[in-house]
Design a protein around this ligand. Sequence first.
Ligand code: HSO
Ligand code: ZN
Length: 422
Amino acid sequence: MNIISYPERSEWPELLTRPVQDSLAIEGKVLPILDLVKTKGDEGLRELAKKFDGVELAEFAFSQQEFDAAEGQLDEELKAAIRQAYQNIYTFHKVQLQPAEKIETMPGVTCWRRSVGIEKVGIYIPGGTAPLFSTVLMLGIPAQLAGCKEVVLCTPSNHPAILFAAKLVGVTSAFRIGGAQAIAAMAYGTESVPKVYKIFGPGNQYVTTAKMLISKEGIAIDMPAGPSEVAVYADDSAVASFVAADLLSQAEHGADSQVLLVSTSGKFLTAVNEELATQLEALPRRELAAQSIANSKAILVNSTYEAIDILNDYAAEHLILSVKDAELISDKIFNAGSIFLGNYTPESCGDYASGTNHTLPTNGYARAYSGVSVDSFVKKITVQHITEAGIKNIGPTVEIMAHAESLDAHKRAVTVRLNSLL
Ligand code: HSO
Ligand code: ZN
């Protein structure tokens, strides 16, 4: 990693900038795909499967037999691990369901807010070099808890663990479709694929661009996504081999993964660099990880205060605090997707099984966005009820305000009722 020692504050913005992607060029390729699926439905999907994957697809849906066979293809150890992860993620997310609380704002005026599961949601799971069945749990469990009636899954992968996890979370239909066309299929609906109201899940630049484009047409998306990223803040209490392992766990996601290390100890940064070199050698995905590490930065700072400021400026998707008093420091962090405290809390545990969600804001969006939770799968409908006594209490306030806004019909809606009660 490139070590940058004691940069001036004025240099930080440049140091923390994420690479920008040429989204216009990608849009140009994605728009015709969206259009084809919109106008031709299943036929469009078949044309695209032939063009991009060279396959003749008669049937898009995974069958019941395929679901059953998937279970048989997995060894018991992996199934038990997936069930354990399911249990922990379910337990953590279950408490996010808030019962509607009725609030009497004035005597006779009662308001409350009902959480209602979004009826139809779509989950995209990429194929690529890693079959992200953990993401099926991370999106499917909150959907299940929120009470979404239809949960549609699209994936180009045929890894059996994806179908196994899909069955656990109660996915209602699953399709063998990948790329921008999968997003189009769920956004517009086809003869085979149901149309959904909100689409979740990671993907490459084509998938991400497709999500951004369909979101302009009124279909909601989880969040704008960029390459995955981790920032680690380490002091003398950190262990170089642990920190190097954490950086590599993020780096192996892809050559464009973002990795940032911040420390008050130059000796520690050098030790991590040595560890990175040895640990990289042993990794099956060392080529991807090495590219990502080569583009990443280790920043030596003067003080804990500076470290905290730089971390807040960067707004990492994942932030690991391998420092003394990690919890105290974490209270000073206001921009991050998810925080991991101490030497024994690797990001990997949150990625898979501790309970928190791994669909998190990247690319600095942690400044304003939260990660996926049950909230992402519900809408909140407000309800109110005003009694006769209540309208007498609140009516005059509304009459005065409506008149002052020159909206006399609004005022009258109250006045006719008050007059009826005279
Ligand atoms: N670190 C990824 C999630 C993931 N890791 C899935 C392994 N599998 C983005 O938060
Ligand atoms: Zn990961």
